[in-house]
Design a protein around this ligand. Structure first.
Ligand SMILES: [Zn+2]
Length: 98
């Protein structure tokens, strides 16, 4: 039996990215603490994190143009309703023609 590998530690790049992302969240909260998604009947109104318009990748994770302020309720609504989210412009497919 092979010995189980230890859980790999986060790479330095990943750590830097995490740091940059936390700073972005903080900066945006400082500018305005309100949720921008505002799904009717769902939204709690207060920003709790960021929603990525385009599926997050390492490259666009901290791209201001790709994130909007979101409360947890709106965030999970978007996850559960991907088609409606796309209709509302909250979810952008990379392959969509401009
Ligand atoms: Zn909301």
């Amino acid at each position: 039996m092979k010995k189980a590998d230890p859980i790999p530690k986060k790479s330095q790049t990943q750590k830097d990215l995490d740091k940059e992302y936390s700073k972005l969240v903080q900066d945006m909260r400082n500018e305005s603490p309100l949720c921008e998604v505002k799904i009717k009947g769902v939204c709690t109104g207060i920003m709790e994190g960021l929603h990525h318009l385009q599926k997050r990748t390492r490259k666009n994770l901290c791209d201001r143009n790709n994130v909007i302020r979101a409360c947890n309720a709106c965030n999970s609504w978007i996850e559960k309703n991907p088609l409606e989210a796309m209709d509302l412009g909250l979810s952008i497919s990379k392959h969509k023609k401009q």
